[in-house]
Design a binder for this molecule. Structure first.
Ligand SMILES: Nc1nc2c(ncn2[C@@H]2O[C@H](COP(=O)(O)OP(=O)(O)OP(=O)(O)O)[C@@H](O)[C@H]2O)c(=O)[nH]1
Ligand SMILES: [Mg+2]
Length: 205
């Protein structure tokens, strides 16, 4: 799969506001600063998504319309870039608003084909991450974990972290990714193509 073009459409709070008809959608979620926007830019091979050094800056769901080519066919898909969660400095009300918006969006959007869950390879999962995994499973939301920023870790640590993370997500396969080096990009695009074409076999839910 090759991405030919990617365009920012709008920032929304609900699936209806996106106004994208029936196009399939891939959501990119994860904690603040994990590299969601950078990953979208790396996949699209252009700067469409806004990245920031200020964690918690994104407040709405940013919608991108992506044209891709696969096996000689061109198609559209929506990528949605979620505001990061778990940023310690936001107020309780903001955290509650975030949760309401994100949960509402994910639960009422039947365009969603997959939630790509990004996780910084250098971190260890905590209670908030546990709650998120359990929530995905309870709601039957298909998700694919991606360990990000692998350029920051040694090969040995990555292998070890991957094993323990895969155990944490009940055996789902964790993809590895670096938007700095491009590591894992090809594989993740193949995975997304498989998801879009119903050929995926290696994830839970
Ligand atoms: N070394 C390294 N840094 C990265 C990578 N991906 C992102 N970053 C850096 O991490 C910071 C956050 O990246 P973003 O892509 O804005 O992260 P985000 O998850 O979209 O952040 P929020 O929207 O604030 O939740 C930026 O300074 C990026 O340059 C990566 O693969 N490797
Ligand atoms: Mg972002």
């Amino acid at each position: 799969m090759r991405i030919i073009d990617a365009r920012y459409l709008k920032s929304v709070r609900t699936p209806e506001d996106a106004e994208v008809g029936e196009l399939p959608e891939i959501c990119f979620v994860g904690r603040s600063n994990v590299g969601k926007s950078s990953l979208i830019n790396a996949l699209a091979a252009q700067r469409v998504a806004r990245t920031s050094s200020r964690p918690g800056a994104t407040k709405m769901i940013n919608i991108y319309k992506v044209l891709y080519e696969s096996k000689g066919r061109r198609d559209w898909v929506i990528f949605s870039d979620f505001p990061g969660f778990g940023y310690a400095r936001v107020s309780r009300e903001m955290a509650r608003d975030w949760r309401r918006m994100v949960e509402g969006y994910l639960l009422t959007n039947d365009r969603i084909r997959r939630v790509i869950w990004l996780f910084d390879v250098r971190r260890d999962p905590d209670d908030l991450d546990r709650m998120l995994v359990e929530w995905f499973i309870a709601k039957g939301l298909p998700f694919s974990p991606v360990l990000t920023k692998v350029d920051k870790e040694t090969q040995g640590n990555i292998a070890r972290k991957r094993r323990s993370f895969e155990a944490f997500v009940d055996g789902a396969r964790a993809h590895l990714f670096s938007s700095r080096t491009g590591y894992g990009k090809k594989e993740l695009l193949i995975h997304i193509r498989q998801v879009l074409h119903g050929e995926d076999s290696d994830s839970i839910s």
